[in-house]
Each structure stands twice: as structure tokens, then as C-alpha cells.
Design a protein around this ligand. Structure first.
Ligand code: A2P
Length: 336
């Protein structure tokens, strides 16, 4: 029988993308239960041509559920995932709650699908930057082990949720009308601006929580526990696709042509690398696309040894960075 599926956080930005992915990929669904906060109870959301009622999440929401896709923040995951597992569901959790738990696989199917097999009821979906970056890094890393990574990110509003996307729209409109706008969701003006990622700052190290997550998760997904990573995460006024500049040092010199060939045939990737037309990965072309875009492939002049390559990557934060990856994990579960 087709699995009975629950979506926790169905009314959020990722929740909406989950519904889109499940429909677009014709994921088999016996019954669909949409869960959110009591504020949303009674609303309906369209799915496959029907309106489905949203229910308030409780411990009893998971009776008879086979697959629970969580995307309502880590507090909700910590509080309710156990109830879902208890009820017999497998949880695919989009929050950071369990990502570093050694008993919970952290999975990007193109990179480490086999890790799914060890699950004990919960599988973690990675941070959006870690998921998008590792899709691009894995084909290179398989051929030539990565020894060091430098990353600078250009992150979209969607990672901060539907309300942040709306704040970007409204603050931009206000700016263009010449009106003042007081930010409520994000800590700084977003229109025609950019700022250091709004995750909580660790005053000791000077790194914010986003940067620390990306480093830890990238190491775990690539299975290089001590990988040295240099990182700066920045929010840019883009709605839903993250971009990132990567500088990748390998254990030996790697020719640009070889790297290009490795990326060209790799799953989940599309090479966008047209020097003649100055056409490289852009959020505008990554938005709505399942594939992660990779290009601007070149030798990194900062390392005269030839062991370091530079590249630029863009991926849809709500798709490969969240909902699509979760649905791909669910598809693998279904096949087993
Ligand atoms: P709601 O719309 O009812 O607030 P986003 O990341 O886009 O902000 O979405 C967050 C998601 O998490 C929404 O679906 C939101 O539902 C849901 N959510 C927030 N708080 C709770 C809660 N206490 N119980 C269940 N769902 C929640």
C-alpha cells in the first residue's frame, strides 16, 4: 500500500516546497496529513487538485503514519520526532535537531545514500548550504581527496522562512517608493543590502551558528571528520537560491579539464561554465531547478602549487537545500 505521509510545518516555505516536490515526482501517497501550529488549524492547502485541511500538531498526530517529513524548526523536531517514531513512522527531519547525532544518518543521496540503511527511525536532512555544496564537491572528492576548503556564501531569504521572503519583498517595495521600512524578521535592512548571516553569533570564536553548522555537516557528509574549512556566510537579497564561492585544495594537483569532466556527468549537477558569454551559476537560474548549478571552474591563483581549484555554485535553497533532498531520501526509503 502507498505510505501514509505527514508533513510537519506544512504551511511554511519548506512545507510548500515539500508538497510541490511530492506532487511533481508522483510520490505515492496513501493518505496525506498536513500539520502546523494551532494558528493554521482549519486552513487548507492545495495538493494534486484537492484542498487538504491543515491540523494542529499534537503527540497523537502520527497514528497510522508511515513517513513524517518535519520542517517546523528544531524545537518542534526535538519535541515531536520521538512521538512519530513511536507511532511507527520514519522521520525525515529538515531541522538541525539531530544532524550531529551519531545514531542519525545525515544524508545527501547523491553523496552518501548508503548511510540511510543505518537509520533507527530518524534521518536528518542537512543544512541547505552543506547539501548544495556537497553535491558539487563529492564527484571531485571521490577522484581526488579534498584536503582543505574555503567557502563564502551568498544566502537567500528562504532559509529564514516564508516570513523573511515576505520581508524581502515588502522592504524592497518600500525602498523603491522611498518609504522607511522597519525590519521585523531579519536583524538588518535587506533591500539593496547584505549582511552577516543572522544565525546566533558565538562570541568566543566569532563564527555564527550557520557557519558552524555548515562546517560540521560538510565534514560529516563527505566523511572527512577533520577537514579544515574556512567559511563566511552572508545573507543577500535573493528570494530562494543560495550561491557560494568555493576554493578546494586537493591532495595533489588536479587539472581544470579533469575536474570539469568529473562534474559534467555527476548526478544532481548541471555545469554552467561558459567563459565566452560570462555565463556562470546564478540564483535566477537555480531557482526552481532540481539540479545544483556549478561553474566558474578555474585554477585558484592563491595556491601556486596547482592543488587548488576555484568554483562557483548556485542551488535552490527550498529544493536541493531542503524539500527535494528530503523527498529524495524518502524515495530511497520506499525502494528498500
Ligand atoms: P504556522 O504557519 O502555523 O506558524 P517557515 O520556516 O516558513 O517560517 O515555516 C515554519 C513552519 O513551522 C510553519 O508551517 C509553521 O506553522 C510551523 N510551526 C511553527 N510553530 C509550530 C508549532 N508550535 N507547532 C507546529 N508547527 C509549527
Amino acid at each position: 500500500a502507498a505510505p501514509r505521509v505527514a508533513i510537519v510545518g506544512a504551511t511554511g516555505a519548506v512545507g510548500e516546497a515539500l508538497l510541490d516536490c511530492l506532487a511533481a515526482r508522483r510520490f505515492p501517497i496513501g493518505e496525506l496529513r498536513l500539520l502546523a501550529s494551532p494558528r493554521s488549524a482549519g486552513r487548507t492547502l492545495p495538493f494534486r487538485g484537492k484542498e487538504v485541511a491543515v491540523e494542529a500538531l499534537t503527540e497523537r498526530s502520527f497514528e497510522g503514519v508511515d513517513l513524517a517529513l518535519f520542517s517546523a524548526g528544531s524545537g518542534i523536531s526535538k519535541r515531536y520526532a520521538a512521538a512519530a517514531v513511536q507511532a511507527g513512522a520514519v522521520v525525515v527531519d529538515n531541522s538541525s535537531a539531530f544532524r550531529m547525532d551519531p545514531d542519525v544518518p545525515l544524508v545527501v543521496p547523491e553523496v552518501n545514500a548508503r548511510a540511510i540503511e543505518a537509520h533507527r527511525g530518524i534521518i536528518a536532512n542537512p543544512n541547505c548550504v552543506a547539501a548544495i555544496a556537497t553535491v558539487a564537491l563529492a564527484p571531485l572528492h571521490r577522484a581526488h581527496p579534498i584536503r582543505r576548503l574555503t567557502m563564502a556564501t551568498y544566502q537567500a531569504a528562504s532559509g529564514a522562512g516564508a516570513a523573511a521572503m515576505e520581508e524581502l519583498r515588502q522592504s524592497t517595495a518600500a525602498y523603491l517608493r522611498g518609504e522607511a521600512f522597519e525590519p521585523k524578521v531579519l536583524p538588518h535592512p535587506y533591500a539593496f543590502n547584505l549582511f552577516s548571516h543572522n544565525a546566533e553569533m558565538d562570541p568566543e570564536s566569532g563564527y555564527n551558528g550557520e557557519e558552524l553548522k555548515v562546517v560540521a555537516e560538510t565534514r560529516r557528509i563527505l566523511d572527512v571528520p577533520e577537514l579544515p574549512v574556512s567559511i563566511t556566510c552572508i545573507r543577500v537579497p535573493v528570494l530562494r537560491a543560495h550561491a557560494m564561492a568555493l576554493s578546494v585544495e586537493f591532495d595533489a594537483p588536479v587539472a581544470v579539464e579533469e575536474a570539469r569532466a568529473l562534474l559534467e556527468g555527476a548526478p544532481g549537477l548541471r555545469l554552467v561554465d561558459d567563459r565566452a558569454r560570462n555565463h556562470f551559476p546564478m540564483p535566477s537560474e537555480a531557482s526552481g531547478a532540481d539540479d545544483v548549478l556549478v561553474g566558474r571552474l578555474r585554477r585558484d591563483l592563491g595556491d601556486p602549487s596547482g592543488r587548488t581549484l576555484a568554483l562557483f555554485v548556485a542551488g535552490d535553497q527550498l529544493l536541493k537545500g531542503a524539500a527535494l533532498n528530503a523527498v529524495q531520501i524518502a524515495e530511497r526509503l520506499l525502494r528498500r
